[in-house]
Design a binder for this molecule. Structure first.
Ligand SMILES: Cc1ncc(COP(=O)(O)O)c(C=O)c1O
Length: 323
């Protein structure tokens, strides 16, 4: 069975403009005498784009197939996933309930501004803890079910096997990009947080037999905790394809998180400025900026071979710049 045949067993609602562009970062490559390429998943298009759109295409289709009338998910006030969920739910005519949290109350800016425009029901939790939001999501879903709603729950970041399918497909899109440009990258690097992007890419690697390295730059948790989560999700996703699972392939680098999730680092701010100035590409302060700081550090410290092609996936999130 081909990957396309397996993926076609899962319903998908087309939301994105794919394939997304794939470009060589000419100025940065010249500065560092390296070969850096960028997969522009910031440009998936739907509702300001980003990596969450690829996951949502499978999640919302699954919700529709299960005849859900209500979606419940959770995140931070500036959650990219909640923005995309609110838009996809509205498009499908479903009620969207978002459990949003933070010790500080929200400011009506960035993603939170857009979420408000999309008419989602917002439930606030005064906590920075992911678990507090998730617990509230579970109890809210229960409450809504008691009211007779057919609820479809999406865990944080849409990181369940159905959501990860979006990045299995994206991996094959990348292989097409490599073929078109006649390159053989040694490394794919991107921001990892709830693990769905990472798990999907790994399953793509295992299915295709690609030999390069996939590295997630942690944006939230410690590498050990995230590796366990990515491992569990990758294993479950691989099972959908009868693909073999290789724990050694799970590589997470948490060197670039800084003080905490969402707290920008000096290197991240510098990477944002540098990418904007050199390539006209805007990164964000929570995910892609930290990942890009990692990529630049890898190049500077020769942790990647400058002669080989290296791919940075821009996972989006730049709405946050207006927060
Ligand atoms: C812009 C952006 N990049 C990267 C990530 C990380 O993706 P994942 O949650 O699939 O690990 C997220 C979401 O958490 C995101 O919003």
């Amino acid at each position: 069975m081909t990957i396309q045949e397996v993926l076609s067993n899962h319903p998908k609602k087309n939301l994105s403009f794919t394939p997304t562009p794939f470009q060589k970062l000419e100025n940065i490559s010249r500065d560092f005498n390296c070969n850096l390429y960028c997969k522009r998943d910031d440009l998936t298009g739907f509702a300001f784009g980003g990596n969450k759109v690829r996951k949502m295409e499978y999640l919302i289709a699954d919700a529709i197939e299960k005849q859900a009338d209500t979606i419940v998910t959770s995140g931070a006030y500036q959650s990219n996933f909640c923005r995309v969920t609110a838009a996809a739910g509205a498009l499908a005519g479903l009620d969207v309930h978002l459990v949003l949290g933070g010790k500080k109350g929200p400011q009506i800016t960035g993603n939170y501004l857009l979420i408000n425009r999309l008419g989602a029901h917002i439930h606030k939790v005064k906590s920075d803890e992911w678990d507090d939001r998730e617990n509230k999501r579970v109890s809210l879903a229960e409450e809504l079910r008691k009211q007779g709603r057919n609820v479809y729950e999406m865990p944080i970041g849409g990181s369940v096997p159905i959501g990860a399918l979006g990045y299995v497909a994206a991996f094959y899109e990348l292989l097409d990009d490599f073929k078109r440009l006649d390159i053989s990258p040694s490394h794919i690097i991107f921001a990892s947080s709830s693990g769905g992007t990472h798990a999907g890419l790994l399953v793509g690697k295992w299915l295709s037999g690609w030999k390069g390295q996939i590295t997630g730059i942690g944006a939230a948790k410690t590498g050990g905790k995230l590796a366990v989560e990515v491992g569990a999700l990758a294993k479950e996703t691989a099972a959908l394809f009868n693909a073999s699972f290789t724990r050694d392939d799970i590589i997470i680098d948490d060197e670039y998180v800084g003080k905490a999730y969402g707290v920008p680092t000096k290197e991240c701010e510098e990477a944002i400025q540098y990418f904007a100035y050199k390539e006209g590409i805007f990164l964000d302060r929570v995910y892609s900026g930290k990942a890009a700081a990692g990529v630049l550090d890898y190049i500077q410290k020769e942790k990647v071979n400058r002669k080989e092609a290296v791919v940075f996936i821009h996972t989006g999130g730049n709405v946050e710049l207006f927060a």
